[in-house]
Write a protein that binds this ligand. Structure first.
Ligand SMILES: NC(=O)C1=CN([C@@H]2O[C@H](COP(=O)(O)OP(=O)(O)OC[C@H]3O[C@@H](n4cnc5c(N)ncnc54)[C@H](O)[C@@H]3O)[C@@H](O)[C@H]2O)C=CC1
Ligand SMILES: O=c1[nH]c(=O)c2[nH+]cn([C@@H]3O[C@H](COP(=O)(O)O)[C@@H](O)[C@H]3O)c2[nH]1
Ligand SMILES: [K+]
Length: 517
């Protein structure tokens, strides 16, 4: 009774003033409390704050580079089992950013960037087309592999040439002779839209015409896109989408620090890349400093991300050379063996805290790269000062990640591998992976598999919602507010003992099923 009377008579601010706040500031945790140890995300836990707003009210906006903001602070890794155009498109539609890997020929990487930049929600930019000389049998062969509701017939059988007609199932269903040419069966009187056309207008045209497909042509009558009714029904707006001033999706791409990477850079710049990531496990090298300076002087409009670094000193060096963001993490990725093989690296929470401490003061955002295995890790990475989080394994295994699904012991899986794994190196990264002249292969990564996570269309909203709930629990309204609280010590943390970590996980059950969404 007496206790509750005393508590009731004091307000929150007085309790904090008289008894001191719970937990410790990040500075205490990382500088004093840990002795000489580095800390990982799992070593620390955030103290909850007071909630006076809904999770939807939280502002997740954050700088990804000095000049570009994201509405969702999530970035996909430049790895050949994670980011090609399909991944980068979905990341950007949801307010994040994709970084196209470079374990492929220059032209192919540039084509991936172009595909992202040209993407228009609801528009099919690479539809399958036939010529007038193709036959009914050709359509039937194609139909065996994929369903269709309308195939454009163009001059050269590709998009970009003159549109002559469209062939639908109804045109060929009752044709007995399979050698009949499509010119004889195609529908010539089509409903088309002429460029420029918006989705809303196209939607209205499809509604009144009751057709399955709407070809979009330019003033010369050449096919430039196709709009499909089923896609339109599936389509929704992406208010968070990361777009440039021309309303095109933004796209990142990775390069190395070899002389030939300057040719790659030129092709990527030509394709319209927004952000270049210089991909290296140890970014504080003369090769990278030279490359940063070269890019900034040759392509001033492109933002450059340097890395990877894990110490304040490495970060300061790269910032001096002119980077627009820093990629932080060494040997902490799910597929990384760098710490085992090379004996260097750093526990990721310590790396993010110590690099962002200085880089944020200079307005250079940190990308917390690697080691994210749950939404809670994303919350912790941002709380330790990161502007955005880069993920490999979390995004591998989605429909949009490169590679085919396969079954192993009844589980649907996709391949996921380190860019320094023997498999990835033998595909192409070998030449950049070893110092020139090196003859022995030393892998710094493994090759494995991850479970099917379905489409990013459902998975990214799940990650974003989890992130919102975490930040709400900490009592912060935005990532910016969390960064201020980190700096002024009002963000409170505690270390977790091994027993506390066990307690924080699932325990004491005979069995359980873990479903995350
Ligand atoms: N984040 C991480 O912890 C790690 C990431 N990785 C990934 O593996 C891939 C390869 O990483 P790294 O081995 O660090 O590649 P890297 O290309 O930076 O370095 C490979 C070797 O080539 C040398 N080198 C680079 N540019 C050179 C030049 N112009 N002339 C002469 N020598 C040069 C480097 O000093 C190093 O010995 C990347 O995709 C990287 O992201 C690998 C290990 C760790
Ligand atoms: O030591 C390494 N050997 C490798 O072969 C390798 N491949 C990628 N990476 C790095 O790991 C990050 C992805 O990590 P996660 O799967 O944990 O998200 C990536 O974003 C990279 O920083 C590698 N590190
Ligand atoms: K690791």
């Amino acid at each position: 009774m007496a206790l509750s009377l005393t508590l009731d008579s004091r307000d929150e601010a007085t309790i904090v003033k008289e008894d001191g706040p719970d937990g410790f500031s990040a500075e205490t945790i990382f500088k004093a409390a840990t002795g000489c140890q580095g800390l990982t995300y799992d070593d620390v836990i955030l103290m909850p704050g007071h909630i006076s707003f809904s999770a939807e009210d939280i502002d997740l906006e954050s700088y990804v580079t000095k000049n570009i903001k994201l509405k969702t602070p999530l970035v996909s890794s430049p790895m050949d089992t994670v980011t090609e155009a399909a991944m980068a498109i979905q990341m950007a539609l949801h307010g994040g950013l994709g970084v196209i890997h470079y374990n492929m020929p220059i032209a192919e990487q540039a084509a991936n960037v172009r595909e992202v930049k040209r993407y228009k929600n609801g528009f099919i930019m690479d539809p399958l087309c036939f010529t007038k000389d193709h036959t009914v049998q050709d359509v039937r062969d194609m139909k065996a592999q994929q369903s269709f509701s309308g195939i454009p017939i163009t001059e050269d059988g590709k998009i970009g040439s003159k549109l002559f007609g469209i062939v639908t199932r109804r045109d060929i269903d009752f044709i007995a002779d399979p050698s009949v040419k499509l010119s004889e069966v195609m529908t010539k009187k089509m409903v088309t839209a002429t460029e420029p056309v918006g989705l809303e207008e196209a939607n209205a045209l499809l509604k009144t015409s009751k057709k399955g497909k709407l070809p979009v042509i330019n003033a010369e009558g050449n096919l430039v896109a196709l709009i499909s009714r089923t896609d339109l029904i599936k389509n929704r707006d992406f208010p968070l989408a990361t777009k440039d001033d021309n309303k095109q999706l933004r796209c990142g791409a990775a390069i190395g620090t070899r002389p030939e990477d300057r040719n790659r850079l030129a092709a990527l710049a030509e394709a319209g890349v927004d952000v270049i990531v210089i991909d290296s496990s140890q970014g504080d090298s003369m090769y990278q400093h030279e490359m940063v300076k070269f890019i900034k002087s040759t392509y001033p409009a492109i933002d450059v991300v340097g890395g990877n670094v894990v110490t304040a000193r490495q970060a300061a060096n790269l910032i001096k050379s002119g980077v627009d963001a820093l990629r932080v993490g060494m040997g902490v990725g799910s597929i990384c063996t760098t710490q085992e093989v090379c004996a260097v690296g750093r526990a990721q929470a310590s790396a993010v805290y110590n690099t962002s401490r200085i880089s944020r003061k200079l307005g250079v955002p940190v990308w917390a790269d690697g080691g994210i295995a749950a939404t809670g890790h994303i919350v912790k990475a941002l709380a330790m000062g990161a502007g955005v989080v880069m993920m490999g394994s979390m995004l591998a295994g989605t429909e949009e990640a490169p590679g085919e699904y396969f079954f192993q012991e009844g589980v649907r899986l996709k391949r996921y591998r380190g860019m320094g794994s023997i498999e990835a190196m033998s595909k192409g990264s070998e030449k950049r992976y070893f110092a020139s002249g090196a003859k022995v292969k030393v892998a710094q990564g493994v090759s494995g598999a991850v479970v099917d996570k379905g489409s990013l269309r459902k998975y990214l909203p799940y990650l974003i919602t989890g992130l919102r709930h975490g930040i709400q629990d900490v009592g912060m309204r935005s990532t910016a507010e969390m960064h201020e609280a980190l700096a002024d010590g009002t963000l409170r943390l505690e270390l977790r003992s091994p027993a506390a970590q066990r307690e924080g996980g699932v325990h004491s059950l005979h069995s359980f099923e873990k479903r995350s969404m």
